[in-house]
Design a protein around this ligand. Sequence first.
Ligand SMILES: [Zn+2]
Length: 209
Amino acid sequence: MTPPFLRERPLTACHECDLLLQPAQKKLHQIVRCPRCGYKLYQHKPGSTHNTIALALAGVVFFIPANTLPIMSMELFGQTHIDTMLTGVTRLFDNGHWWISGLVLLCSVIFPLMRLVLALLVLIPLQLGRSSRAQIEAFKLYHHLSSWSMLEVYMIGILVAIIKLANMAMISPGYGLICFTGLMLCTIGLSQTLDEHTTWDLLEKYRHD
Ligand SMILES: [Zn+2]
């Protein structure tokens, strides 16, 4: 059971040195650091909610062409192979690498899409001044999925493949690669623009159920 003094004045712990601190009053453009180790505990991000909504919407727009348009075409011994993100996954599955194909499908397709959709489901009602238990659960899931969304890793894999195959075959990047890059930048941007502290505060402030 939580002691009464903690219920009245909840403390926060530094992620680096575990020092317990009274939560600071948050101000515009403020950066709060741990007084013992200097770890950045909080940084105010102006316009966080609507900037993140804009990036998530842009990411959803990029999502379908990124997965269905050709990432690259490869011409080898007179034969042309055109690969999209999804054909790459099915090819891995057909070659017997079912667990790698499942991992690529989850980390490069399903989890990034879930993050974009969850961000919109949480932030659009919040921008309208509404908060509910479902939004809180959705935001917790969004937070957990952040570690499993790995578009950057897949992008590095594509670039390594292009560099390795460049001497053996004629490689042409496709429009899917441009959309995939846009999708990756949007998902990276979500982490940069979203002010999680302020979002949690607003979810609590506007909660009606
Ligand atoms: Zn510290």
